[in-house]
Write a protein that binds this ligand. Structure first.
Ligand code: SAH
Length: 512
């Protein structure tokens, strides 16, 4: 018997992927099928399990990829197959998103359905542009209306004219194509032609654009600036507050487009911190590792390390060295606290990486294999039971561990990461960099600099006007060697240190 299926109509929020609700994100991570529309942020698809079926309903005004009937059929048929189906919709599902119709059709078809609200662009899209929808003494009411209907129809004309003076703030969705007619009808209905008004295109995304003008001039301004859908059209005195409440005046990193070059998984803390500052992180992973640290294992290892339990530590890759020392930095452990621990490195790259941390390995075997490293270490440990720490990848070659273990050494492993094939950046992502769409590029290790330079090839000059921020001097010197002059080098060599350096730089350089 098939499971009882379920469809969730999930609101994604207007643009920033961090603005989906907690429960919406959880449901997305557990989905079998995802049917998403044009306005839902594409980054949210990274939440979806690899095994899930992803369908682009692509509801752009001109290229309707799936008709509304086809969307209904898709939801019903996967629901009947017992699947967990997510219908991901821009903003809130019940604000002009045809979510009501979809829920009704599912109810009629006998498919369980849950609506998970999202924050609507009608309110949050404005705040992303620095326009509060209400403000004491300025606006005590607001209305949200669709501009999709034809304002030249007599019944619609009447509606616009009534709305013209009925509310303080008026927010029009789907109205850019008819903005001239809408503005005309509002003025005809008694709205002051000098009313402040604004258009916010692609609100809460890194491509957000805002145009302001008095109501009587807004249609011309929209044409001059080639404003396109999706855009919000807002009329009301609250628009004037933008001069003080524009997010970029309120916080140093707001609106900044920040390139993050670490591997996707390692980047997550940094990305979340940037989003929390109102910045737009653009993740272009240049290293192919996924962090895999078990908190219990880590705290046990740190305790052992600081208690001087280990006589040896053996590194089987340069990435392990880097990951290990990044962890030490996070744990506020000074390298001197490792004491006189002996260090083994599998080969040249690993030992060079250690040297960049001012550590000179005691043993580097002639052949760069885990087995050879194990034998080399064993020659130094005859006759005594020694403890050794192996910081490693989850999918590392087990030879090093096996040989040491068989010979009676006490081996503790510290899993740091999982190696995965290098991610190939999408053209869409590279386009952002090439088109000069970046404000800041961040580098958290030498390899991120080297790999980005390699990926960009001749296009490297597109970084000329971009602020270069490095986690520390090693990374900075690699950047300098490769022709990228660092503007910021974090004093504290950690992700938080880098974030603070960026914040201070932009706050002290701001005109506020
Ligand atoms: N359910 C959505 C609205 C769907 S109607 C919500 O609650 O936000 C589609 C219209 O919403 C677009 O034509 C545009 O007017 C507006 N819209 C949605 N997302 C937007 C965004 N990020 N920026 C500007 N307008 C947006």
């Amino acid at each position: 018997m098939t499971d009882l299926g379920h469809v969730w109509l999930v609101g994604s929020g207007p643009g920033d992927p961090g603005w989906i609700t907690d429960i919406g994100g959880k449901i997305l991570r557990d989905a079998d099928v995802v049917v998403f529309d044009r306005l839902a942020p594409k980054e949210l698809l990274t939440f979806v399990p690899d095994s899930a079926i992803v369908i682009d309903a692509g509801k752009s005004p001109n290229q309707q990829k799936l008709s509304q009937d086809e969307i209904h059929e898709t939801l019903i048929s996967y629901g009947r197959l017992g699947k967990k189906v997510v219908r991901l919709k821009g903003g809130d599902p019940y604000v002009f998103g045809r979510g009501g119709e979809e829920a009704k059709i599912l109810a009629e078809a006998g498919i369980p359905c849950t609506v998970v609200p999202g924050i609507t662009s009608a309110i949050a899209g404005l705040s992303a542009a620095g326009i509060p929808v209400t403000y004491r003494g300025v606006a005590v009411s607001f209305s949200v209306v669709t501009g999709h209907e034809d304002p030249t129809k007599p019944s619609e004309q009447a509606n616009w004219r009534k709305l013209a003076t009925a509310t303080d703030t008026l927010v029009v969705l789907m109205g850019v194509d008819r903005i001239d007619l809408i503005a005309e009808q509002l003025i005809a209905g008694g709205r002051d032609p000098q009313s402040p008004s604004a258009l916010v295109q692609q609100a809460a995304t890194s491509d957000q654009r805002v145009v302001t003008a008095p109501l009587s001039e807004i249609a011309q301004a929209a044409a001059d600036h080639a404003i396109r859908s999706p855009a919000l059209f807002v009329i009301g005195d609250v628009v004037n507050l933008r001069s003080e409440l524009n997010p970029s005046r309120l916080a140093p990193l707001a609106g900044k487009r920040v390139l993050v070059t670490r591997s996707r998984q390692q980047a997550s803390i940094f990305v979340e911190s940037l989003r929390a500052e109102g910045a737009f992180p653009i993740v272009l992973p240049t290293i192919e590792t996924e962090r895999r640290v078990d908190d219990q294992q880590l705290s046990a290892t740190v305790e052992n390390l600081l208690a001087g339990k280990y006589e040896w530590i053996a590194f089987s890759s340069a990435v392990a060295v880097r990951a290990f020392f990044e962890l030490l930095i996070e744990q506020n452990i000074d390298v001197r606290q490792l004491g006189d621990i002996q260090i083994g490195a599998v080969g040249k790259a690993t030992s060079e990486e250690l040297r960049s941390y001012m550590l000179f390995p005691d043993i580097v075997p002639e052949n760069s294999t885990g087995e050879d490293l194990a034998h080399a270490i064993l020659t130094r440990c005859v006759g005594s039971e020694k403890s050794i720490l192996l910081p490693r990848a989850e999918n590392a070659d087990p030879a090093l561990f096996n040989v040491l273990n068989e010979k009676g050494m006490h081996v503790d492993e510290l899993t740091l990461y999982l190696s995965v094939p290098p991610a190939i950046p999408s053209d869409e992502m590279l386009k952002v960099i090439r088109s000069g769409g970046l404000d800041i590029a961040t580098f958290t290790s030498s390899s991120t600099v080297k790999n980005l330079v390699r990926i960009l090839g001749d296009d490297r000059k597109c970084l000329d006007d971009v602020l270069i921020a490095c986690i520390g001097p090693t990374t900075a010197s690699t950047a300098r060697d490769l022709g990228l002059e660092p503007d910021i080098v974090a004093k504290e060599h950690s992700i938080n240190g880098l974030l603070q350096a960026l914040r201070i730089y932009h706050w002290s350089n701001s005109t506020v």
